[in-house]
Design a protein around this ligand. Sequence first.
Ligand code: NAD
Length: 260
Amino acid sequence: MLKGKTALVTGSTSGIGLGIAKALAAQGANVVLNGFGDHEGPQREVEQAGAAYGITTAYHGADMSKPAEIEAMMAFAAEKFGRVDILVNNAGIQHVARVEDFPVEKWDAILAINLSSAFHATRLAIPAMREANWGRIINVASIHGLVASVEKSAYVAAKHGVIGLTKVTALENATTGVTCNAICPGWVLTPLVQKQIDARAQEGNISVEEAQKNLLREKEPSLQFTTPEELGALAVFFCSPAGNNVRGVAWNMDGGWTAQ
Ligand code: NAD
């Protein structure tokens, strides 16, 4: 379905981004990966996922907190593949502390990586998408783009901002073939969440398994984690012909978190 298209997925060396990159590759899209840490393993995984289509991958290590590096990454993708057809703004970090204790540099980093990076990549991707009259911008927001939790001021502010950016981008392109939508996962068992589970286990002097169960019981009625594969399937839907008129939504995959 996506043969000949190119997807750029930020923060795709791990977790949700990698899951989405693999799902898009499995539909035939070439993929530009981005993110920290080992990238060769993830790149191989994405290539294997798209092996039936003989897809190509590339990697750019832009630090998403730095606008100049985002510009270099977008130029790299355009040079390598002609243009970015599918942009997935996924890179993100978390830090947990009460507002009065929140380290200022963490606030700045979360706003830069979780929100401003999506603005920069989007503004750079839109002109070529508009020219082709086809494009998909998918912002990985969070359930924290819709509701709040204590000790996550920067994250909740950034994710609410991502949903605002999603709506404006969708409206500005509403009469074109370029759509923009947000995905709002509940808990997904990735390194970002494992850190929070480990901290809870340590603070509560309980096992990691118990801390994991408590985390789900607190917020997620299904008592199940959403998986990167399920999120990948939702991203594929947004890219499908049936997703053509889905514009500016914030789509939950949260085990009932926000239905409460
Ligand atoms: P993760 O830690 O597994 O992956 C984060 C990715 O972002 C990694 O590839 C990392 O290298 C990359 N990254 C971090 N800082 C970066 C930077 N400055 N520049 C470039 N890349 C950077 O986390 P995840 O859980 O897969 O999170 C992915 C996205 O999903 C984030 O935006 C997160 O807020 C969101 N999300 C996660 C959950 C969850 O429960 N895990 C829930 C809702 C939303």
